[in-house]
Write a protein that binds this ligand. Sequence first.
Ligand code: PDD
Length: 287
Amino acid sequence: MPRIAYVNGKYVRHGDAFVHVEDRGYQFADGVYEVIAVHGGVLVDEQGHLDRLGRSLAELAIAWPMPPKALKVVIGEMVRRNAIRDGFLYLQITRGVAPREHAFPTHAKSSCVMTARRTRPLDINEISRGVAVITIPDIRWKRCDIKAISLLPNCLGKQRAREAGAYEAWLVEAGGLITEGTSTNAWIVTAGGELVTRDTGAAILNGITRQAVMKLAGEEGIALVERPFGVDEAKAASEAFITSTTAFIRPVIRIDGVAIGGGGIGPICGRLIACYADYLFGQRAGP
Ligand code: PDD
């Protein structure tokens, strides 16, 4: 069965999926995106992703390419046509095709592309093994709350992590506070058992997985504080972990080579992974 992509109104073979060279996404990174997980055939937190997409579009004054309801139909169709049981749906909207001028074009129509790919089903043992992170300066722009496609600093950071043998790079702003990872949110558990993640604002993306984990922590009676934390506090933490659509929840067992907690998965992270797995397995297809 061929892999299918969606490009501006058409379902095409993945290998034939092209956009125009003067698409503003290509020329200026003038666009936004979402990555939605598919678990057991169900789109995980689809509405949350669409709500965040609406916010990103509004912040950049990019028009919806079609009403959100129609977009949902295309998303569902992409999952169906690619026969995704477990995998990810990538969706990107740009300001459209126009002669290369920095200011917004007056008549461009927003471009919309989607790709989907299958993955192996979520393996709790695999994600529970834990990952290493490094810390690097946060050199991104000042609107990281918008899920924009301009990800060059994130790509450079992830590459530095890979070259250091780490899974992720945590980004550190002037003053030593951690904002988030290059494609994940950052969490620690203090020695006092308090769960901490950076408060939302322009410095981080309000992750959909972050929001789900916050809710689960509340249901579990785990004390949670949204506040900034620094590199030293993170290295002294009893647990640390990351969250994202693609990474799910993964324990951080080393920060810049310093072992966290006992150098293995901690009890709170373990509990949250179990709860999140229950949440995913319990999700039902919407009406
Ligand atoms: N990244 N922070 C950043 C900078 C991100 O790019 C992401 C997601 C997150 C986590 O958000 P969520 O839980 O909604 O996935 C936090 C996606 C997966 C990506 O760029 O591939």
